[in-house]
Design a protein around this ligand. Structure first.
Ligand code: C5P
Length: 228
């Protein structure tokens, strides 16, 4: 019998602190981390480099099936695509926008499914994304869904980008976030929504430390063996 590998999924729209929380929880537990959004971002970068258009679905799928991706273990560390370092490009807002467009393609999501599931290795996995609890790991041991008001999310993203030296306009960011949310929530395949059995945490008025505390409390309830 194969060993049960515990999985905690952390889903929600951008700017909820998902990425940071997923990384902190993975570190706390000593588990692997899957940043699934990065995979969609990487596909968007790769196909742009090859001048593949968004309606060339077969070409996009072939690319995604054969791409070689490497993540360094530290948070937001280096990412390489077919041997080329692309971590800066991965974090750009324009990449997020293109990622959200390719992410609406059902056949591409299908291609990325197995690649994402391969991250599930002992001693456990924290998976961050939009459909981790609903589609990729439907039998996860714990499903968290983080939300926050669009204004708060835009503010957080603004601060994050400014700290990284990326110039952005807050109002434009709010509009971009709203249009991406709309596309992610209304697409036909794997739309952004909490799994029925997800624990929903509204992070609007919470600090990262408070969100982390509340997620770790849920982890201890769902997986008591992790707090021994
Ligand atoms: O989480 P991140 O901002 O990196 O995701 C970028 C885009 O990738 C999202 O706007 C969404 O459209 C897509 N995505 C997705 N499913 C996931 C993760 C990300 O559709 N599991």
């Amino acid at each position: 019998m194969s060993q049960h590998v515990p999985v905690v999924t952390i889903d929600g729209p951008s700017g909820t602190g998902k990425g940071t929380i997923a990384q902190l929880v993975a570190k706390h537990l000593g588990w692997h981390l899957l940043d699934s959004g990065a995979l969609y971002r990487i596909v968007a970068i790769g196909i742009a480099d090859l001048n593949i258009f968004h309606n060339e679905v077969n070409k996009i799928c072939d690319f995604a099936a054969s791409m070689k991706v490497e993540f360094s273990t530290e948070f937001e560390g280096s990412i390489s695509l077919n041997g080329k370092e692309i971590s800066h490009a991965v974090r750009l807002e324009e990449t997020a926008e293109k990622a959200s467009q390719v992410a609406a393609l059902g056949p591409l999501r299908e291609v990325l499914l197995e690649r994402q599931r391969k991250f599930c290795q002992p001693p456990g996995l924290v998976a961050d994304g939009r459909d981790m609890g609903t589609v990729v790991f439907p039998s996860a041991d714990l499903k968290i869904y983080l939300t926050a008001s669009p204004e708060e999310r835009a503010q957080r993203r603004y601060k994050q980008l400014i700290n990284k030296g990326v110039g952005v306009n807050l109002r434009a960011l709010l509009q971009d976030i709203a249009s991406r949310d709309e596309r992610d929530a209304n697409r036909q395949v794997s739309p952004l929504r909490p799994a029925q059995d997800a624990v929903v945490i509204d992070t609007t008025a919470l600090t990262i430390e408070q969100v982390l505390e509340s997620v770790l409390a849920q982890v201890s309830l769902a997986l008591p063996e992790t707090s021994k």
